[in-house]
Design a protein. Sequence first.
Length: 134
Amino acid sequence: MNQPEQFDLVHDDIWAALRGLVSACGGSKTVGALIWPAKRKSDGWLDDCLNPDREAKLCLEEFIHLLRIGRDHGFHGAKHFLDDTTNYSRTQPVEPEDELTVLLRRYLSREERQEKTRPRIDALIERLKGRGGR
């Protein structure tokens, strides 16, 4: 599903970056239906939301959803526009396999630490039982 990096262009403003994202991800009809699956004419609503001259705007959750849709399609231009305009370094997306590896390592490390501390906990509980539960 990832598109080549050719979509990562320089954008004049956030609106152009978001319209580029929508275009790279299949257009307003496709993306609008992903953001608002139950909304009729979601494509027109999305176009209105991405037009700075219109009153309709995305809420923060919809904006984040839009960035995630772009990420899933290999379009990082809108995210990079935010990085550039807020003086952050451009970050690379984390692949799900890499994230899973990190999470599994953390989980296993935590389990290992728990296994090491369990005998000490058990010994202290037994000791307290022997004192009459004090």
